[in-house]
Design a protein around this ligand. Sequence first.
Ligand code: TTJ
Length: 692
Amino acid sequence: MSEKSYNADDLKILEGLEAVRMRPGMYIGSTGVKGLHHVLWEIVDNAVDEAANGYADEITVKIWRDGSASVEDNGRGMPTDVNTKAKMSGVEVIFTKLHAGGKFDTENYAFSGGLHGVGASVTNALSKWLKVEVYRGTVYKMSFSSRYDNDRKKWLCGVPDGPIENTGERVNKKGTFVRFMPDNEVFETVEWNYDTVFKRLKELAFLNKGLKINLIDERELYREIEADDGFGDEPKKILQPLPPREKVVFKYEGGLIDFVKYLNGDRAPLYAEPLSCSAVKDIQLKGAPKGKIKIEFALCHTKDDSESLFSFVNNISTVEGGYHETGFHNGLLKVINDYSKSNGILRAKEAPFIADDIKEGLTAVLTVKMTGVEFEGQTKTKLGNPEVKLPVEQAVIEGLSQLIAIKTNKAVFDEMAKKAKFAADDRIKHRAERDVAKAASDNDGLNLIGKLAPCSGRNPEMNELFIVEGDSAGGTAKQARVRQYQSILPLRGKPLNVQKKTALQALQNEEIKTLVSAIGAGFNRSFDVEKSKYKKVIILSDADQDGMHIRCILLTFFFKYMRDLVNAGCVYIGMPPLYKVYKKDIVEYAYDDKELDEKIKKVGKGYQIQRYKGLGEMSADQLWDTTMNPATRNLIQVTIDDVAEAANMIEMLMGDKVDGRKEFLAENANFNKVDGFIDKVNFKPETEAGGR
Ligand code: TTJ
């Protein structure tokens, strides 16, 4: 490229395509992989326009072995005759005259694609060569090339190799064919990304009902494999040839309806067929004459709860949304509110739905076509014209109202309205839940007095919460603990079994409120494990039936309302020993019967056995040594990978079959005994004032 540097003033006097070469970014955004594809879209958009205007119904995009790309349509063919004013053929004008475009452009096409409307000449300017064929009874040909002219010390950009030529060769097809080689001195990469091309062409086929788009990739494909030479050397990387990609055809007779069905994917639709509407409305942009806006949309609700709205302006995806999306949501909200009120789904005293309610499970595609588009946002993919909102809203209201009037659609709108009602009820319930949980978390100082013995340390990574069965064991645990990082929450009696209770009912229970406050990370959907005050929440219950029941109730609670705490591996079951085997000053603990035999042998003749019936029988020292000291205790980490499995387990645990419980717990809950390695780090400070 020329050594000379250009500034904005120079740009003005740069005639024609040199300007594009000097500042490619201004016309195509970047010279990276995105910019590379931009020059292809400029050509594709021309062909799509011909189709959108009804003159073509098939487009073929081909990536050639040499890395060039071509686009062919079966339209009228670009104008080949000489334009008297420009004194050159229409083809030459289109490929050599810089169309109003680029960053400084304010003018846009009516109802046309044109990615950013910079035109086909930009593609020519950034190509090593470009060839055009027009099929109109005979084949017309013209070609262009770009090179540095050493004699004249300047770039020749997209210069015709000669005038357009009627070869006289007869063809019985009509249309335009353009093939070009992107310049590897301009672009950082000239390798077409198959997935990018595939995705965009598929999208264009959805957006242009009935248009057949073929994609052919003739490039040779390789796979890198490692070959072992059998001599024990480093394996060599070799390229293994792969069969070329098969031609793909995109053609959607349903247009946006097919698009919506495709977007739904595996999600179960709420009603069999998406709804679709289209309208043309007047629009008055500021400082512009009265114009028209074409609005089309298709929508369908799924049983899912997330929204996927895909919107386009002049076939350009508006990822960041904008006023057309607002208008769409407003219109849909109004229609569903009115329908729900007049059909008894919303009673008179109930608050109307809000936008979030009608978005739940909504899959939709919305397209608008207009002139004078303003793109805003980080990636210039947000429609910034506020005047678009109202016509879109009206188009949605009118279009859907017409569909409501059709009897067979009643079931569809009923489903839609019920879905919104469900979402609204859920939202209201959720808010109440969040409020209660927040209240529980906020006033922990008051709420927890006399219940929780909090630790003094403020480091959640270090802190442990022991949930202890019974006041007496709780008292012992308070004496035994290291106050710095161990909190004790004694439970009075059995906590509420939340399995068959609603979240709000659960939160009315004092013990549960206390537990929610103590952990301090919210509840149910507002639960945020990051906010947990404890890295370890340890359930300490007796080794009897009652203890097992309490453990199950607590686990059920965690599964149901703080599942992330379980997922994060923060929930543990503390294991008190069943036996103490001792003789004079030798003391050993056994956690099961097998261990008891071992410990009896170890202590030897004259041993005595104490069987612990509950935590409360242990002294503070014993409880510390056996159950609370990280260096010597046994913890079981509760991890449930499979949520469905967890639900099963709860059914089983909480059901009537008490006998089955113990085995089920042992078999199905994925209890990992914490490796002594991790847990046996002694957190206990050597000297601690005010500690135990
Ligand atoms: C212009 O007026 C006469 C009839 O054809 C109109 C036209 O320009 N048609 C047209 C252009 N069809 N296809 C194109 C086209 C196709 C490709 C692949 C690339 C370009 C730049 C234009």
